[in-house]
Design a protein around this ligand. Sequence first.
Ligand code: NAD
Ligand code: ZN
Length: 367
Amino acid sequence: MKYKINNIYIEKKFIILNNFLNKNKYNISKVILLLDNNIKKYYLKYFLKKISILKKSKFIIIKSGEKYKNIKTCIKIWKKLILFKIDKKSIIINLGGGVITDLGGFVSSTFKRGIKFINIPTTLLGMIDASIGGKNAINFYNFKNEIGIFNNPILIIINKNFIKTLPKNEILSGLGELLKYGLIYDKKYWNFLKKIDFNNYKNIKWDKIIYKAILIKKKIIDKDPYEKLGIRKILNFGHTIGHSIESFFLSKNKKITHGEAIALGMICESWISKKIKKLNNNEYEEICNIILKYFKIKIIKEKYFNKILNYIKNDKKNYNNNIYFSLLNNIGKCSFNKKINKTLILNSIKQMNKIYFLKKKKKNEKI
Ligand SMILES: NC(=O)c1ccc[n+]([C@@H]2O[C@H](COP(=O)([O-])OP(=O)(O)OC[C@H]3O[C@@H](n4cnc5c(N)ncnc54)[C@H](O)[C@@H]3O)[C@@H](O)[C@H]2O)c1
Ligand SMILES: [Zn+2]
């Protein structure tokens, strides 16, 4: 084992998981494995070989993708749990990306008022973000994470070997959140990430990147586990606009990864940070340059601005009909509860569109 942070273990051989299940300290009656069809294809056989005790277990396999992180899928899973005669002493192992850990965490926390669960994230985004921090939610009515619950898994196992089969866009999705950690909390981490070429992702040494990211997230959530004090809201930098972009593309059945939407959200929200005279222009440009090394801007036409605003109005940080943002003071420091008006929000999206056309023009001039 390489690293341990409370109940989070970064290890490659599943020794901790095997010990946990074999010793059965909690008197577990049944183990259920929740996974999606991709994970089944890549890892089910491998996983059963590594954790032989699971050969006797039941599996629940769902279709992969954000659009299945909804109540319909929950109902299917709850029905299966009843069919498998799952009792309060049973445990669910969520093996997959953020969709599986969010769904699995939610279903486990609500079934019979809560049964224990273990998260084994298989995406980079899951390893450094979604599986950690106790937020478990499903999408509802095209709104992201609208119905959810705070509850922590009993164990989290991070095995970087899963990254080997991830497609590039999913690796970059995780990168979106990694960059966010540097921006909101740790300039040193931002500078460390800046030196890595994530386009050449096959040669990356992930251990340190993942470990440091988890440390940052843990430091923030430990100060405010239930988002009562507010500090935890800084993790939402880039997400007010990012989630609206993600919801908008999902509603149109167009592909966008979570981290990609957040990266675009961070471009817009960095611009707002600059406009309210917090972030300086040099740092704003540095942020845009690094993000645009890995992500392409997706144009949001003005005819859709109302839709985008509707999603933003529903953001969980809002109250009293005002829209609140977490915004950067500088790279490495973020504040929360910043009230921002609609014009500034829409201008930030217009500005992002402008960057797209400027880039396109430059490319054409070169040709
Ligand atoms: N709870 C939280 O705190 C939190 C934080 C961030 C994001 N999230 C949520 O996480 C979700 C996004 O998670 P995600 O990016 O992991 O997406 P995902 O779970 O949809 O996984 C992305 C795709 O990769 C596939 N996949 C997973 N592991 C693989 C592997 N090792 N090899 C090959 N393919 C693999 C999946 O089947 C899926 O098709 C969103 O719903 C987001 O809202 C939650
Ligand atoms: Zn996120």
